[in-house]
Design a protein around this ligand. Structure first.
Ligand SMILES: C[S@@+](CC[C@H](N)C(=O)[O-])C[C@H]1O[C@@H](n2cnc3c(N)ncnc32)[C@H](O)[C@@H]1O
Length: 300
């Protein structure tokens, strides 16, 4: 009976989040559930199941407990170097010229959102990834003020998002950020530093469940097809089953604009999946581009 209840909860969590708790992760989930049973002084796991299935707030608490939120600033630094030195300058050149051409020929600008840069950090944890992206964008673009920059940063864990929104980090967590960038983009305090408004205003933090993106064919209202120039989905899909990973890769392909980029985690190369991305080999790290034969069929 206890095992059946445990499996029912495990199944429920998996269906809600795509997080996979098989093998050694099974006992991890078991101990987290027991933690909640004890904290709520419940008689057993079935009492907990009844609460979980009927309470959104309990689901939020459980998701905070069971997600792995490890992250740091400039994780996989080569990806950010390539973004700063190659992808952003190329985009600026391409879109800047297009916009200038339109202006010079008196055509209506705006329709194609030439100078709009849309980036998604999917599974942003406590914010180190999107703030790294924001600093990289400000460093990589020659004329950042000419751009409308929209970095959407989403995560399943509400407590992570709360930390991310604050934008304040203790000294020990800042070590990945070069001193020069800390000075330029953060206000120092006795025990750490806080991102300045000109960095913070580039990022929109939001609750994101990738399961919803994978379920709704069109990606839903928040993440419609072709919505992003660059998507970072790093160290998230390793926690999904391989069938779910394939589905996620398909969904990420959909939400990336033709010519856009996907950055994955070190342990998440895409060669095990079917996809139309082209690896950007000269980057020397895991960066993929939506240049497949059907990329242009998916335009917004
Ligand atoms: C290990 S962290 C990676 C953080 C960051 N991307 C990095 O690479 O440093 C994984 C994050 O993915 C989030 N996550 C897991 N499943 C998710 C889902 N279904 N939807 C959205 N976020 C999810 C977790 O809450 C966690 O914060």
């Amino acid at each position: 009976m206890a095992d059946a209840v445990f499996d029912e909860i495990r199944q429920y969590v998996q269906e809600r989040t795509r997080l996979c708790f098989s093998g050694h992760k099974r006992s991890l989930l078991g101990s987290k559930l027991q933690q909640r049973v004890d904290a709520l002084a419940l008689p057993d796991m079935s009492a907990y199941r009844d609460i979980l299935l009927n309470s959104h707030s309990e689901e939020v608490v459980l998701l905070d407990l069971i997600t792995t939120n490890e992250t740091c600033f400039f994780r996989n630094p080569r990806q950010f170097d390539y973004l700063r030195d190659h992808i952003l300058p190329a985009l600026e050149e391409e879109r800047g010229s297009a916009s200038f051409r339109r202006f010079a020929t008196g055509e209506q600008p705006g329709q194609l959102n030439d100078m709009r840069l849309r980036i998604l950090s999917a599974g942003c944890s406590t914010g180190e990834e999107p703030y790294t992206v924001a600093m990289t964008v400000l460093e990589g673009l020659r004329y950042p003020r000419a751009w409308e920059i929209d970095i959407v940063a989403g995560d399943l864990s509400e407590s992570c998002l709360e930390i991310a929104r604050r934008g304040s980090y203790e000294t020990a967590r800042l070590k990945g950020i070069p001193k020069m960038l800390q000075k330029k983009y953060m206000d120092a305090s006795d025990d750490g530093a806080t991102f300045r408004e000109d960095v913070r205003r580039l990022i929109r933090f939001m609750h994101l469940n990738l399961n919803d993106v994978m379920q709704s064919d069109g990606g839903g209202d928040t993440l419609p097809a072709g919505a992003f120039d660059i998507v970072l989905c790093r160290n998230v899909m390793i926690y999904f089953s391989s069938a779910c990973q394939q589905q996620l890769v398909n969904s990420l392909y959909r939400i990336i604009a033709p010519g856009g980029y996907l950055l994955t985690g070190d342990a998440e190369p895409l060669h095990l999946f079917r996809h139309d991305f082209t690896p950007v080999r000269e980057a020397g790290c895991l960066i993929y581009r939506k240049t497949g034969s059907n990329a242009h069929d998916q335009a917004v």
